[in-house]
Design a protein around this ligand. Structure first.
Ligand SMILES: Cc1ncc(COP(=O)(O)O)c(C=O)c1O
Length: 434
C-alpha cells in the first residue's frame, strides 16, 4: 500500500491561510452551530418574499421572450438555455436597460460581463489589474472581506484608506495614493461601496463622489464601485447618483450584485467595464475580463441568467420596481433596529452607533474588545450573533466595534436579539465584585 498524499499548508498558496479567507467560513460555521440564536451576523436578503413558484414562471417568461421577442426557433431556445453559452453572458442587454432605467447609467451592453455573483466580477477585475509586483489596490477601510480575500488570491496587496466617522475623505484618498507611490508601488484602483457600505453603513454625499472622480482622473487610477445595497434607502428622498452615472471618463468599473435585488441562490452579478484597452488589438476591459472568466467559470449559468432575465421582464426591466416590497421591509427593519438601540443604550456610557440612511448594516461601538471568543460566548450564553468588525479591518478603531445586520430578521426577532445583546453588554460592562 502506498502512503496517502499529505500536503503541507506551507506548500499551498499563502492566501489560503490568510485571515480574510478564513473569516467567511468561521462566521458561517458559528452561525451553523447556533441555529436558535438571533443572528445579526449575515447580510442576507429577507426570505419572506421568496416563492418557489416564481422560479418556474421567471424561466417561462424568459423562454417566451426568446421565442416571441427575439424570434428564436425552438432549437435555438433550447440551446440558449441548456448549452454552454457566450462568456460575457446572455442577459447583458436586459442589464444595460435596467441600469439605464434605474440608475441613469448608459452603457454599451458589450461592456457588460455577467458573472457568478459580484464576487466573481471583483476577482476578475483584481486579476486583470495585477500586472506586476508593484501593483496595489486601495480600499476604503473597514472593507468587505470579499475584496480583501479576492485580492489575496491574486497576490494584490490592499492598501487601506481609513474611514472617519462620516465616511471616507477624498483628501485622505489622495494622500494615500501619494504615499503608496512614494513607497515605489503603483496604485491601480480604489475599491469602495458608496451606498450603505458593507460593513460601515456609510454613504457618500454627491460632492465626495465628484471629488473622487476628479482624483481618479488626476491620479490615473480606476474606481471599483461595488453597489449591492443602493436601492435600500430608509427614506423616500431621491437617491444620489452612482459614481458610474457621473463618470464621463470611464474611470469607474461598476460591480453589480443581483444577490440582494433578485436572490442570492441565482449567484448572479456583473461588471460594467467600458474602459478601452489598447495594444496590438483594441478591446474593452470587459473583453479582457471575459478571457479570464473563460478559464474560471466558463460562462455564468444560463439557467440563472434566464431566472433573473424573467424577473426583470416581469417588472418592465426595472429592479427598483421589482424590489418595492423588499425596500419597505428593509426600511422597517432598520427603523426597528435604530429605535431599539436608542431605547436600550442611549444613556449607556461608551455605547454608541451610527445611523445609516439605509442598507442592511449598523456599527455598534462598545467599551470592551469584540473578539471571536466574545462572539462564541454571546452565542452560547446569550443566544445572539453579530460580526466583530475586526473581520473587516486591522485598524485598532474596529477592535471595540461590531456589525449588526437587520435584513433577514423580523421586528420581533430584532427586539429579542437586542434584549440579548443588552444582557451581553451589561455582563461585559459590570464591574466584577461591585
Ligand atoms: C459589498 C459587497 N460586495 C459584494 C458582495 C457579494 O455579492 P455576490 O453575492 O453578488 O457575490 C457582497 C455580499 O454580501 C457585499 O456585501
Amino acid at each position: 500500500m502506498t502512503a496517502p498524499a499529505v500536503l503541507d499548508r506551507a506548500d499551498l498558496h499563502a492566501s489560503l491561510a490568510d485571515p480574510a479567507l478564513l473569516s467567511m467560513n468561521f462566521l458561517n460555521e458559528v452561525a451553523g452551530r447556533f441555529p436558535e440564536a438571533v443572528s445579526f451576523a449575515p447580510g442576507r436578503p429577507t426570505e419572506d418574499l421568496f416563492d418557489p413558484a416564481d422560479l418556474h414562471r421567471y424561466l417561462d417568461t424568459y423562454r417566451r421572450h426568446l421565442a416571441e421577442h427575439k424570434g428564436y426557433d425552438e432549437a435555438r431556445v433550447r440551446r440558449e438555455l441548456f448549452q454552454y453559452g457566450r462568456t460575457k453572458g446572455i442577459v447583458h442587454e436586459l442589464i444595460a436597460r435596467q441600469l439605464e432605467q434605474d440608475e441613469g447609467i448608459t452603457v454599451d451592453p458589450e461592456a457588460i460581463v455577467v458573472t457568478v455573483g459580484a464576487q466573481e466580477a471583483l476577482w476578475l477585475v483584481l486579476r486583470a489589474l495585477r500586472a506586476s509586483e508593484r501593483d496595489v489596490v486601495l480600499a476604503v477601510d473597514p472593507a468587505y472581506v470579499g475584496l480583501t480575500g479576492a485580492a489575496r488570491l491574486v497576490d494584490l496587496p490592499v492598501r487601506p484608506v481609513h474611514e472617519g466617522p462620516r465616511g471616507v475623505r477624498p483628501e485622505d484618498v489622495l494622500e494615500r495614493i501619494r504615499e503608496v507611490r512614494a513607497a515605489g508601488e503603483r496604485p491601480r484602483a480604489l475599491y469602495l461601496v458608496p451606498d450603505f457600505s458593507n460593513p460601515s453603513g456609510h454613504s457618500m454625499d454627491v460632492p465626495t463622489r465628484h471629488r473622487l472622480l476628479e482624483i481618479a482622473a488626476q491620479e490615473d487610477i480606476l474606481l471599483l464601485e461595488d453597489n449591492p445595497y443602493g436601492f435600500f434607502q430608509a427614506a423616500e428622498s431621491g437617491r444620489p447618483p452612482t459614481l458610474k452615472a457621473l463618470d464621463t471618463g470611464q474611470r469607474v468599473v461598476y460591480l453589480g450584485s443581483l444577490a440582494k435585488t433578485c436572490f442570492p441562490g441565482a449567484r448572479m452579478g456583473f461588471a460594467v467595464a467600458d474602459q478601452r484597452v489598447t495594444g496590438p488589438e483594441e478591446t474593452l476591459l470587459a473583453d479582457e475580463l471575459s478571457r479570464a472568466k473563460s478559464m474560471v467559470t466558463v460562462n455564468t449559468s444560463p439557467v440563472s441568467q434566464a431566472l433573473v432575465g424573467g424577473m426583470l421582464l416581469e417588472h418592465g426591466g426595472s429592479l427598483l420596481h421589482a424590489n418595492r416590497r423588499q425596500i419597505g421591509i428593509y426600511r422597517r427593519n432598520l427603523g426597528c433596529l435604530l429605535q431599539g438601540l436608542h431605547r436600550r443604550f442611549a444613556e449607556l456610557p461608551g455605547v454608541r452607533w451610527n445611523t445609516p440612511a439605509g442598507g442592511f448594516f449598523v456599527v455598534l461601538t462598545v467599551p470592551f474588545p469584540v473578539t471571536d471568543e466574545l462572539l462564541e460566548h454571546a452565542a452560547v450564553q446569550h443566544g445572539v450573533l453579530f460580526t466583530p468588525m475586526r473581520h473587516f479591518s486591522d485598524n485598532d478603531r474596529t477592535l471595540r466595534q461590531l456589525r449588526l445586520s437587520c435584513s433577514s430578521l423580523t421586528p420581533d426577532q430584532i427586539e429579542t436579539g437586542l434584549d440579548r445583546l443588552a444582557a451581553l453588554i451589561a455582563e461585559c460592562t459590570s464591574t466584577p465584585g461591585a
